[in-house]
Design a binder for this molecule. Sequence first.
Ligand code: NAD
Ligand code: SF4
Length: 440
Amino acid sequence: MKILTQHIDVPGIETIDVFMKNGGYKAVEKAIKTMTPDEVTEEVKKSGLRGRGGAGFPVGMKWSFLAKPEGVPRYLVCNADESEPGTFKDHYLMWKTPHTLIEGMIVSSFALGANTSYIYVRGELMYVINILEKAIQEAYDKGLLGKNILGSGYDLDLFVQPGGGAYICGEETALLESLEGKRGNPRNKPPFPAVKGLWQSPTVVNNVESISATSWIVNNGGDAYAAIGVGRSTGTKLISASGHIKKPGVYEIPLGITVEEFIYSDAYCGGIRDGHKLKAVVAGGSSVPILSAENILTTEAGEKRLMTYESLSEGGFATGTMLGSGGFIVMDETTCIVHNTLTFARFYHHESCGQCSPCREGTGWMDKVIKRIETGKGRMEDIDLLVDVAKKIEGNTICPLGDAASWPVAAAIRHFSDEFEWHVTHPEEATKPGAVYMRP
Ligand code: NAD
Ligand code: SF4
């Protein structure tokens, strides 16, 4: 079942003519000519589409929270900053089929009553920015953007804004600050952007993948989208698969397949590389808890874990994780979990904006203490210290970066405490080049 990537391999699909020959921009025509903005929103609500950036917040509900004061402009901002380690699906979609996003931007902006919209793209992706700008110009030339779109009286201008390459600018309020030309510091929420967003005006911030799915929903109806998937995890999801698998890449899956099928079937990852076995998985980008092989394949209740928001988090953080952004990182037995945790901890320390003390100081502490353990200078009490610092960051910060920094550390210790202990008790062995702890 392919929705977003159905035509991704058609030669020339990045051009508007080929895109239109393959059914592109029909949703714009249908929405603008035959539906009201509220009807489009209603279909998106019915679809059950949830935010694909990581939080999984229902898109239609977010749209219906948008404040509509008289005479105040509203904005749609597409979050294309995609900086989460292990996540590269938005990048792939924009690069291969930019009109899929642009069509979704038009349909979604129409539903929200926005006349100016932005795509905020991670600054390092200049070539993607060029692709998007070319595609946007093609849409203007066909009368799909600009004044009086398709003679409907609806106007929309669409701009691409390169980001500065900071991870924190993917946090929606930091992104808005950056878009306003300021340093990308997250704002306190509430007020949510739906009430006070860009230039203090009502703003919806949605991920590339979420916005791109809205055209299919308009064409086929919310019920058809909701019929795909399981329970509250409807539709398809792009998964960025990386690590020690035979076939890394971006896969569009119907939500609800088993994790086992995703890792081992030839349709997706094709299994673990030859001669090795699964050790751990980070299922939703670096911000979510890591799981051991047993926990990722099977839930606490002994059932096969599914690729859904609910099943991946079943058991809470004791045995579960999160679907997050779908950054699926697979590790085999050659991976040192302490080293991997250090890599993540260093990343969050480096990317913390420094506004709140628990995050600014705590991420630094975690980085230093894990480094101490990794280099054979750790003490047994350092492991408890790490758990303590992680707990003190969690829930005590302005934005989710604090939680994102603390969860991977706490989860690594929860599932691989023996590996951390071995580094403390066997410093010489653990610091030999390429040394990895093997569970007896
Ligand atoms: P969140 O749960 O705070 O918010 C989700 C969305 O719902 C936001 O847009 C928020 O404004 C909106 N919202 C929530 N309650 C609302 C209300 N009452 N009224 C109006 N709007 C409301 O999470 P978040 O900060 O958007 O995202 C965190 C997630 O981002 C993490 O779980 C992580 O997985 C993911 N993430 C992704 C990337 C990436 O590159 N894709 C990078 C970092 C983090
Ligand atoms: Fe900045 Fe970290 Fe606070 Fe987020 S949690 S606002 S990144 S210091």
